[in-house]
Design a binder for this molecule. Structure first.
Ligand code: ATP
Ligand code: MG
Length: 392
């Protein structure tokens, strides 16, 4: 029955002079997202609203699913459009709309009219009252509740008349492309895909890097990361995933450094390489899935040591999240089932039995001094052999 959607957006509405920049970005994201859905859609922006109208048949579920992945959308309202022929025909259209959606349901409702087209012969309040009365007459099981209605029937009078009452939640956030680009350290775990999603939701485009350690980590472990990248790319748009061969560096650190400092030093090298890639690719920050105290390498002291090697800001959106809260988002994103597949991770292969939980920055720096310039050559080699996999 629906031919269109009214798209509601939140925060963008608060923007001042450059509001149109955000609206245009949203319109363009909506257009490209709808390419995933069957149908021909026209996206238009008028008076602080965005409408998606389908020309002819379209797949409703696919369209909603696509729109639910567009950051910046707060709500998606499926709309029925009827011609503007005056009060009497509109009453007939409204009753048909209510019958189709709610039949004889016993429920409370209210009518909300917005008259953008002042040529219409009745004022908003008067029309709401008239339509409410007609609905009550036609559906005796319904009642009006102005303050807490179960259903609000919206009538928008423009060139044509738009009827809607359903509100499907969108993902919120800001439209992609309105906030630059960042480099996500993407492992096969539960946390980092969620972290990437959360930062991207603020309008940030995502590049990613995965540290691979063959033969200690398998092709399947790498494929898992590619699959995760693909899942979040449904929201974030195209992701260029850099696969960095980390084996040589890891082995060298394993040989040269105290084993209880292994994880911290390895993580410092990951951050250094990620920062190099970020700078080379126009990224303005790094993103990790770290959360205070989750593991030994994420205590406040460990985070201080990891952060010590970075000059770019490191965004850690999960920093104050409990694991359970992260899992909930991962399930919603559909990444959870992939993340729990049991393939080895390069951090687990070389993990010490008793890692330091309170490393001191000066001590770690001193341990790293013992690594010869060989490690710098290894870093250059790893960067030079960077394999890029593009997903979308
Ligand atoms: P995740 O569930 O995201 O793997 P984790 O709880 O396993 O996180 P760590 O292994 O300590 O935590 O990693 C912390 C963060 O470092 C990860 O969230 C991720 O951003 C990054 N990271 C860890 N291992 C890798 C890797 N092999 N490649 C890329 N990034 C990694
Ligand atoms: Mg991990």
């Amino acid at each position: 029955m629906y031919q269109a959607f009214l798209i509601k957006y939140g925060e963008i509405g608060l923007k001042g002079k450059n509001r149109h920049v955000f609206e245009d970005a949203l319109v363009s994201r909506i257009r490209s997202a709808l390419k995933r859905a069957e149908g021909n859609f026209q996206v238009t922006k008028e008076q602080g609203r965005i409408y998606v109208e389908a020309a002819g048949d379209f797949d409703f579920d696919e369209a909603v699913e696509a729109l639910q992945k567009v950051f910046g959308i707060v709500a998606i309202c499926p709309v029925v459009i009827v011609p503007n022929r005056g009060v009497e025909p509109l009453c007939g259209d409204v009753l048909a709309f209510m019958r189709e959606l709610y039949g004889d349901r016993s429920m409370s409702f209210k009518v909300h009219t917005r008259r953008a087209n002042k040529g219409f012969p009745m004022e908003s309040m008067e029309l709401s009252a008239e339509l409410g009365g007609r609905i009550l007459d036609a559906f005796p099981a319904m009642r009006v509740d102005i303050h807490h209605p179960e259903v609000v029937l919206h009538i928008e009078i423009r060139g044509k008349i738009y009827l809607y009452s359903e509100i499907i939640p969108g993902p919120g956030g800001m439209p992609l492309g309105t906030n630059g680009q960042a480099m996500l350290l993407l492992s096969g775990g539960i946390d980092s895909p969620v972290a990437g999603y959360m930062i991207s939701r603020r309008g940030v485009g995502i590049d990613a890097v995965y540290f691979h350690a063959p033969p200690y980590t398998s092709e399947r472990a790498k494929q898992k990361v590619v699959d995760l990248a693909r899942k979040i790319a449904a929201y974030t748009g195209q992701i260029r995933l850099h696969v960095i061969n980390f084996t040589e560096i890891q082995m060298y650190i394993y040989d040269q450094c105290p084993h209880d400092e292994l994880t911290i030093i390895m993580r410092r090298y990951m951050m250094r390489i990620a920062e190099r890639l970020a700078l080379a690719n126009g990224c303005l920050g790094l993103i990790t899935g770290e959360s205070i105290g989750q593991v030994a390498s994420q205590t406040m002291q460990s985070l201080q040591c990891t952060n010590d090697v970075c000059t770019l800001p490191v965004y850690r959106p999960l920093i104050a999240f409990d694991k359970e809260d992260i899992v909930q988002v991962a399930k919603k994103l559909d990444t959870y089932e992939i993340s729990i597949l049991p393939y080895e991770d390069c951090c687990t292969t070389f993990v010490a039995k008793h890692p330091v939980t309170k490393p001191r920055v000066e001590v770690i720096r001193r341990s790293e001094k013992k690594l010869s310039e060989k490690i710098d050559e290894m870093v250059e080699r790893a960067l030079a052999e960077d394999e890029v996999i593009t997903v979308w």
